[in-house]
Structures are given as C-alpha cells and as structure tokens.
Design a protein around this ligand. Structure first.
Ligand code: EPZ
Length: 420
C-alpha cells in the first residue's frame, strides 16, 4: 500500500476549540544551516517535525555534521566533523532551502559544490542574488552540469545591494559575512521575522550584526563563532492558516503561541473581512466569525506587507465572501495554481497575470482536487472545510512539508477529515 496520500474532508462544521502552533519551519531551516558556522554543538528547541526539516537534516548530515533529536522537538547539531563541501542533487532537489548551506560552506570550508536548486510550482526561483552577494564577498563561482562550484581564499566584507529584498539571499549572505574579514552592508535586505531570528541567533553565537528588521543590515565579521542553545519562534504561516480555518468555517478558535506583530497584516485583513480577532496576553488570538465574510483586496509584498505564503489561504476565504476581491501576487511569478482547483469546487475566479479576481459565491461544493504546492494545498484543505460534501485532496505530501499533523489539529477542532 503506497503512503496514504489523500485527505477526505467533509465540510460544513464550524471549528471550535484551541490549536497550539508549532515551531517556524523557515526559521528552523536557516538556523540549522547557521549551526555549521562553528565547530561547537548547538541545541535548537521547538523544532517542528516536518518533512522539510528532515530534508535539511539529511543535507547537513551529508556534510559530516552529527544531528540527533534529543526529544520530539529538540535538535542537537554537532558540526565538529563538518568537512564535506558538496550538497548533492538528490538532496537539494527535494528542498531548495538546502541552498542555505552555501554561506556556511564558504565561511568554514572556503569551498562549496551545490546542485543548482530547480524551480518549483510557484516560480523559477533563481539564486542570482545569492551568487551576486557571494561574488561581492570574494568568491569565484562557476555553474556547470547543474552544479554551482564556489571557492574563496578569504571572505572579505563588502557592500551588497539586492534588487529585491530576498529572504533567502539575505540569510545566506548574512551567514557568510558573519565570518568574513571586515564589514558587510546589505542594502534592500529582507525584514522578515525569520531574518531577524537568524541574525539574533548569529549574534548569540558571537556575530556582530545590526539593523535586523530594517532594510540595511550591517555585519562586522569576527574570527569565530560559538555553539548556542536557541528556541525557534512559532510558525506565523501555520498560525495564519488556522486563523483562516476559523474564519472560513464560521467557528471560534483559540490559536496559541503566536507573535501578533508578525501577523499584523493577516490580522488587519481578517478584520477588514469582518472577522473578529481578539489578541490574548500577546501570545494567543481568538478568531471568531458568526456573520458573513466581506470581500477584501490583498497585495502580497515583502515583510511587513501581506505574506505571499498566506495568499492562497486568503483566496480560499474570498471564494465565499460577499462581493468581489482582487488578489495581487507581487512576490512570485506563478503562485495561482490553487485557483484552478478552487474553481473545480465552484469558486468564481479569474486569473489575469499577477491578479486574481474572485467573485464570492454562496457555497463551495466538494470535488476531487490536487495539491500542487505547500500553501496551495493548505488552501484546498480550507476550502474543503467550508464546502458542501466530501472533498478529496490528492498529493498531500506537499502539505506535510509545512504543517505538523494538520489533520490531527483540525480533528481536535471538530473537523471531519481523514488521511487515506
Ligand atoms: C522564502 O523563500 C521562504 N522559504 C518561502 O516560503 C517564502 O514564500 C519566500 O521566502 C518569500 O517570503 C524559506 O524561507 C525556506 P525570496 P525564498 O528569495 O528565500 C526572487 C514556504 O511556503 N529571487 O524572498 O526563496 C524569487 O524568485 C516557502 O514556506 C530572485 O529573483 O524567497 C521570488 O520571486 C515558499 N533571485 C522573490 O525573489 C534570487 O537570488 C522572493 O524570493 C532570490 C530570489
């Protein structure tokens, strides 16, 4: 029997109860890479049990790093034998965030051979900003046979300007610059919470980084860094997804372990849509929707703008809103794959380039649909929770990349969902 790879969701149940949010996938991934910047052991707490985390563990183990789960959410990472500079295609193709080991490889081993990450369903996802930054720090880089080969005698600090505030490129360059000689200034840097967390982790290791959360980050290189213990923040995108789940089913859900500041744009948009959001002691929110949903326009932007990783989930909500909403995707060039599947469920959606025009309908109806990427798959789950009948979602391995036991969490809130 092949892995159970489908969800069956019978919609129409208003969700009720409390959900605890897990550690942030994208923060854990970059901080796991940063552990390679020292030969001392680091301990990471609140690491989510996710496929993408398992993939990153495989990558850094291949590089010679010892990785052990101390308990179900605590990782011990010991890079004492970190000596292999090659990240192979088989591993990088399963998760493009593996590319985040390039900064630590150049900083510690002065050499890197990494498979060029392919594109994915949401876009070509080039790494030209990363390479521009590494070249600015003195690396010689060639690309051949699908691999990026880089070497550097000594990383030297430099000024680097990014055409777009790329989250991954900011993280990769920050890690390399931490051990470079001299000062690096990243201009038009990403301001995302995951970048702030990575910089905070690096500073705890002994790095000298300032400007985190602004568009100019300055890194004063140091000779060496130390191992640290660190607590991974809660996942803002998982939290936002469950906020929409409460809204789209007309339920009342308490979402625990959130950072409201990191969810500001999501909360503002939910309130504009007529959803009640009560923040409780700065760590949780109660989301309730007893009335109807108003249509709102969304423009995805780099942080602190509306996150592209919540665009699909909000599109699901807008399919049953009163009125017409326009969703503009400004971060990735091809992130509307879920529109087709939502249409199969009765949504009225027109895609025009970077815009989606969504005319609210009374009700969605169940249909067999297929996840094509992580957040698009999450949107289909949300639509299934609201639809009349039983929706079958295939290729749910996409969803498992970014959500810990999503069906258990939803069942605890009263949803009728099963994995088969
Ligand atoms: C990170 O991807 C996240 N992944 C993504 O989350 C998230 O959607 C994205 O940031 C935007 O917030 C991780 O953190 C592991 P970018 P990343 O570099 O770093 C273009 C999820 O669902 N670009 O900020 O790859 C790029 O094509 C995932 O968890 C270049 O052109 O995003 C895109 O259009 C999906 N050249 C835009 O910039 C480059 O060298 C933003 O990309 C790099 C990026």
């Amino acid at each position: 029997m092949q892995n159970p790879d489908r969800f069956f969701i019978t919609g129409g149940v208003p969700l009720q109860g409390t959900v605890i949010i897990d550690g942030a996938k994208n923060s854990a991934l970059s901080i796991m890479a940063a552990c390679l910047l020292t030969n001392e052991k680091s301990i990471l707490k609140n690491v989510p049990q996710l496929k993408d985390v398992y993939s990153m563990i495989e990558v850094i183990k291949t590089l010679g790093v010892k990785v052990v789960w101390k308990d179900s959410n605590t990782l011990s990472i010991d890079p004492d034998d970190f000596n292999n500079y090659e990240a192979p295609y088989e591993l990088v193709k399963t998760m493009r965030a593996s590319f985040l080991v390039m900064g630590p490889l150049l900083a510690r081993l002065k050499k890197a051979k990494i498979s060029l990450p392919g594109g994915c369903a949401i876009g070509a996802r080039p790494v030209d900003f990363h390479l521009k930054g590494f070249r600015a720090l003195g690396a010689e880089i060639i690309t051949e046979k699908g691999y990026i080969q880089a070497e550097v005698k000594k990383l030297i600090g430099n000024d680097i300007y990014f055409d777009f505030p790329s989250l991954g490129a900011t993280e990769n360059i920050m890690m390399a610059a931490a051990l470079a000689e001299g000062i690096t200034m990243i201009e038009n840097a990403a301001k995302d919470p995951e970048v702030v967390e990575l910089g905070t982790f690096l500073n705890k290791m002994g790095a000298k980084i300032s400007g985190l959360g602004t568009d100019i980050i300055t890194i004063k290189g140091v000779k060496e860094l130390n191992g640290v213990n660190y607590l991974i923040i809660p996942d803002r995108i998982e939290a936002g997804t469950f906020m929409v789940a409460a809204a789209i089913t007309g339920g009342t859900v308490e979402i625990k372990h959130i950072n409201p500041y990191y969810l500001k744009s999501c909360i503002v948009k939910l309130e504009e849509a007529g959803i009640k959001v009560d923040i409780e002691d700065d760590d949780s929110a109660i989301i309730s929707n007893s009335g109807n949903i108003k249509s709102v326009d969304i423009k995805t932007m780099p942080f602190p703008g509306f996150p592209t990783d919540l665009q699909a989930q909000f599109m699901a909500l807008m399919t049953i809103a009163n009125g017409t909403s326009i969703i503009t995707e400004n971060v990735f060039e091809n992130r509307f794959a879920h529109a087709g599947d939502l249409r199969r469920m009765g949504a009225d959606i027109k895609v025009e380039g970077r815009n989606c025009i969504i005319k609210g309908v009374k009700k969605l109806s169940a249909a067999p649909v297929m996840a094509s990427d992580l957040r698009g798959g999450a949107a289909l789950v949300l639509a299934g929770l609201a639809a009349e009948g039983t929706t079958e979602i295939s290729r749910i391995y996409h969803i498992d990349r970014g959500y810990v036991k999503i069906e258990d969490k939803l069942k605890n809130l009263g949803a009728k969902i099963k994995r088969e």
